[in-house]
Every structure is written in C-alpha cells, then in structure tokens.
Design a protein around this ligand. Structure first.
Ligand SMILES: [Zn+2]
Length: 392
C-alpha cells in the first residue's frame, strides 16, 4: 500500500482587468468596488474574453511542457452558492486549453506529470461577521488557471517540493504573483492509499482550498495516516470531501462524494471557441525566460551545491549571474556559495542592501573570487574587498 496523491492548483493570472469585463483586479480594493453587471451576470450582459488571459495560459502551458490545444472552448459549471450570483461558473470542461505536461523535481529527478490545465473564472467571497454575512463580489470573474496533476505524488514532502517549483516557474514566467496570502495560489488535495500500478484506491478523499504549502504537506501526511489506521482496522475509508483545520492539525468530514453535486456542464453559448495559432504559441514560447526547473537541474549537478542553495540561485537572476561568472573562472563552488549566499547576504542585511540584488557586477565578483585563490587572500582581506565593491 502506498500513498497516492493528486493536486488541483488554482493559479490567479496576473492581468490588469478581469476575464470577461474591464473591471480591475487589484487585491484589497474596497468590497464591491471592482464589479459590474457582467461580473454579476445580470440579464442582458455578454462576456468578452480578455486576450491577456489566453496569452498567460499559453505561457504557463509552455513553461510546464504541456501540449497547448489549437482548439479549446468554454463551458458553464452550474451550481448555486451565494458568492456567485450568475448561478454558474465559466470554465473549460470539455476542451481544456492544455493537455499533459510535467515538472521534474531536481533532487530526485522524479517527474510530476500533469493531466491538464484549463482557464476559469473565480467566484466572489463570503465574509462572516458575528451576526451577519456579507458578499464581496470583487473576485467574481478574476481569471484563474486550474492545473491538475496526475495522481503520482507519493508524500507530503514531494507535494511541497513540486508546489514550490511550480510557483517559482509560474512567477518567473510572469503568469502570476504567486502570493498565497492574497489567494493567488490555492491547492486542492486528493488522497488515497493503494497501488499506483493497479490504479487502485477505490475511494478518494479530497481537501479543498489549502492556503499554504506547509498546510498541504501536513494535510497529506495526516490523511495518509488516518486512512492507514482505518484500513488496518478493516474499515474502508469513505470517499468524501474533508476540511483541513490548519491550526488544530486535523481533518473532519464535510460531505460524502456520493452526494456529489451534479454540475450539469453545458457549452457556454455566449463565447466563441478558442482557436490558437502555431504562431501565437511560438511567440509565447519565445517570451519565456530560462526557467527555475532548467537552472535547478543544471545547478544540482555541481559538486558541493546544496538543494536550498540551488533553489535560491534559480530564483534570483542577479545572484545566479554572480555565481555563474565566478564558477566559470574558479570552479570553486563552495567558496563562491559561502561568499555570495553567506557573507554577502549578511553584509547586505546589516547595511540595508538587497540580499537578492548585489550592487556589484558579476564579473567583478568573479574577479574577487579568482583573486582570493590566486593571491591566497585571508578572510578579512576578501571581506574588505567585498565591502569596497558594495561601496561601504
Ligand atoms: Zn466586471
């Protein structure tokens, strides 16, 4: 028996306006100040697709090695909830934007494969006071990309590692801010115990809207333990949606899957299907920077490079440029990492400099590292030279 975990990640796309209207998307705007009849789906309104949403979706697809579909379309997912006055959510159910894809975890080399990715709109938010409840519709129509992994994740640590790399990749591509505290990234977790090859796990529990990677890791491991205990006692766990209580560190049932809602999906009649040209995909691919996955896989093969150090470098262009320049000259990763990630960042913190953006040129740093070896400089001499480079 082994833990089988699949993730569904809702990523807020970084656009200035919403998915189907010109309302703003600024986080923290006064409640109700960013919504219009289209967001609310009032009779007589028509959605108009924001091209930037498609562009960011395609960029995300390219960054995650996904097959961008030349044809995709929108559908209505119908359910009643007070935070969604339209009575349905526009999503891509039958023909999603992207199929497949993957990210490779640098340390283990394990490939986390993706099932699909689709565009959809967010719903509003219920705010509960002591004696009344309010609805804030600012989030209605905020563009989301939902990324669905295959059930290939084996434990909480792996999920944590995957999510960190996913967020870094999407932030680096300019697709999202990745700010979890602002709801820009939310994770649903599906957990069952079984045999991956026999595709067993006849049941599956789901925990929705986890708002930190730490919570995801804890929820997965805790849920695995809970199911194992049940199975050891000869009880088959129920297929159900559970709520993860982050403060208490436990989960509790919300509703049984047997009572799952029938969403009555139907093709959205007010939006044309999306035809995406080869040329558009090519332009999006061309705009991608070198991504953390590629950098990490390169860095992790360097002797003396620890995974957390590789991760810092992969997510900071300036630090990476310094490392690369110095490593090309000296091949002494340990010395470079000590100075760049240790001493420089300590100096930066003390003197109000940016730890991520050193004020010196990568070539000057490379020269300093080279000099320190050639002239066998002592610690204080190197440090003094570094302070000079920082104009301190
Ligand atoms: Zn609007």
């Amino acid at each position: 028996m082994q833990l089988i975990v699949g993730l569904e990640i809702h990523v807020e796309l970084k656009t200035n306006s919403k998915m189907f209207c010109s309302c703003g998307t600024r986080f923290g705007a006064p409640a109700g100040s960013q919504c219009c009849p289209i967001c609310m789906g009032l009779p007589g309104t028509l959605p108009l697709l924001n091209e930037e949403v498609v562009r960011l979706g395609v960029i995300a697809g390219a960054a995650l090695h996904s097959e961008i579909q030349p044809y995709s379309s929108f559908d209505r997912k119908q359910y009643f909830y007070p935070d969604m006055p339209k009575g349905y959510q526009i999503t891509q159910h039958f023909h999603p934007l992207c199929l497949g894809g993957w990210l490779t975890l640098p340390e283990s080399g394990k490939r986390i494969e993706l099932e699909e990715m689709h565009l959809e709109e967010d719903s509003g938010k219920l705010v509960h006071d002591t004696d009344s409840s309010y609805i804030n519709l600012n989030r209605c129509g905020i563009p989301l990309l939902e990324i669905v992994t295959k059930p290939v994740i084996e434990n909480g640590d792996q999920a944590y590692e995957f999510l960190s790399l996913l967020r870094d990749t999407l932030v680096c591509s300019g697709v999202t801010t990745g700010k979890m505290q602002e709801g820009a990234l939310r994770v649903d977790v599906n957990v069952s115990l079984g045999n991956v090859n026999s595709n067993s796990g006849m049941y599956r529990t789901e925990m929705k809207n986890l708002s930190s990677f730490r919570a995801v890791r804890m929820a997965i491991d805790h849920e695995g333990e809970r199911q194992k205990k049940l199975l050891d006692d000869g009880i088959k766990p129920l297929s159900e949606t559970r709520r993860w209580d982050e403060k208490g560190g436990f989960s509790e049932p919300l509703r049984e899957k047997g009572n799952a809602i029938d969403y009555r999906y139907l093709p959205e009649p007010d939006l044309l299907p999306l035809f995406i040209s080869e040329d558009f995909i090519h332009q999006c691919k061309k705009s991608l920077p070198i991504l953390p996955e590629e950098t990490l896989l390169r860095l992790i093969t360097i002797p003396n490079m620890k995974s957390n150090q590789a991760s810092i470098l992969a997510n900071n262009r300036q630090l990476l440029a310094c490392f690369d320049a110095a490593y090309a000259r000296t091949r002494d990763a340990k010395r470079i990492l000590n100075w760049l990630l240790g001493d420089y960042r300590a100096i930066a913190k003390k003197n109000n400099l940016s730890p991520e953006n050193p004020p010196f040129d990568p070539n000057d740093f490379a020269e300093l590292m080279n000099l320190s070896i050639e002239r066998d400089l002592n610690y204080q001499e190197i440090r003094n030279k570094m302070m000079l480079m920082c104009r301190l």
